[in-house]
Design a protein. Sequence first.
Length: 567
Amino acid sequence: MCNPKSLKNVLSLAAALCTVATVSAIRADITNGFSTVSNWQLNGSKNASNGAVIVPPSIADGDLTLTTAAKGESNSAWYTTPQNIANSWSASFTWQSSSDSSPSPANGFLFAVQGSGTSALGVGGGGSGLGYENPAASGGTFTAVTPSVAIGFNVYNAPSTVSVGINGGFVSQQILGYASTLNLMTDTNPINFSVNYYAPTGVLNVSAVDSTNSAHSLNYTYYGAPNATHDLLAPQPLNVGTVVGNTGYVGFTGSTGGVFMQQDLTNFNFTSNTGASQPPGYAPPPAAYVTVSRSPVALTAASFNTDVVVENTASLTEGTAVPANVATPLDKTYGLYESGLSVTTSSGGSFAVPDGLPTSHQFLSQADNVTTFQFQHYTNTNNALRLTSSSVGDITSGTMTLANPSAFGTLAILANSTNASGNSGTLTLNFANGQTVTTDYAAPDWYTTSSTGRTPDGNVFGVALKGMGRIDLANATYDSKNINPQLFETVLNLSDLVTSTGQTVNVTGDVLNSMTFDINPTALTTLIYGVSGSAVPEPASLVLLACGAIGLLLIPSRMVRKSRRFF
């Protein structure tokens, strides 16, 4: 006769074993993932005219062909066994593009973790949607891939554009071609990718290296969503568990557009619960140095070579070109203008141009709320260092000289670019002791959706001023689009500055003489408007402070006791 207590124990053990088996099935780490076709569900977008799938992805001999030499594909491939994704995890795979069409291959791919199901596919965003995004999702069989977290590359017309997606929309798209030695648009060798999520720090990292030439590589870290208050404050860490859930499906999305590319993936591996906390070379979120107050640094007049601002006292007539002695273009057409500007109409009336740069020439940066920037005068005065590509002048480098050389703890650079696909240029700090240190600064395009981030050397940047408008100097017409145009602030932490060679230096005690800027190499023009900084005391001042402290310590005790009588 069965003992009820024994039966209860057996049932409890069986339940425990079933639980273990279920968990094991969920977190079954993936090795050589494309070796078994039945482990994957493959989805392709349909032709709008006849409803037929254009060209679905396929798996053969351990190779996933994600997209082919056909236009208009939006495809996805999902491993059918859910994985644990809330804790740290790692994915690796080899990607290779082969046949493509002119003028450049299109579009690219994403690695994603998602909780929608194995039929998830994004269509409606064209080739740039990468089979993930659907800006006009309206139900039906396919919508944007959500809930999800994704990271990958759109290679069309850009060497390496890394895209981060959350819930079927791109939250960050950074052009890395100018900083990377790996060009995904032209490199047809097998490329080894690694994607890692670090749960303790909320960081997502992707790295890649050419399997036949290790000198060609790239690395990008996504630190999370921008701070809701100010761009340069610590971002909100990415929590995959909150966005997607504890478990989810892992796999790939990809697309072609008006032009195409065949994309093949091999050697897919996925490991969950790695326990890793941060990537190598991890740069923590912006620390206290960002919130240090910074004041304008006085620069010599020779530091500026162009007047790009129309002063509000200028006499302008609609449809008539702005005189060259009033202002010259930032790019080929547009300039900035001072608040309070008015323009005479062709009928003899006038209208006030809204927005504009501050009449005080100063403003508090919106990126951190602690940095004050100073514009040079707007009237018949050069007020920007303008660097140009060969098509508009070929002045690719320029130096700003301090009127009063000083030592600083932090520096903030105010800059932007026109017609730019990348974000950064190089900057060399020239010190009084003869030392030079080269790092980088951000100068994104002035009309952009990118608001915050880090340069390749890890310097944080954000929007210092936005929506101030621009004016067409050919016909005196005003133009503005909500947040645009934008000016960007880059903060350099001189106590822990990463150089272009990867070294970290502390130059807070060194007197700075000048700064040499190189153009953002992806831009038509790059403009630097000013520099602010937090000064550190000169050595002599420190000595006096130390002597004063020692003097206080040497005051005879009887004098101290005597002084107490007055309290």
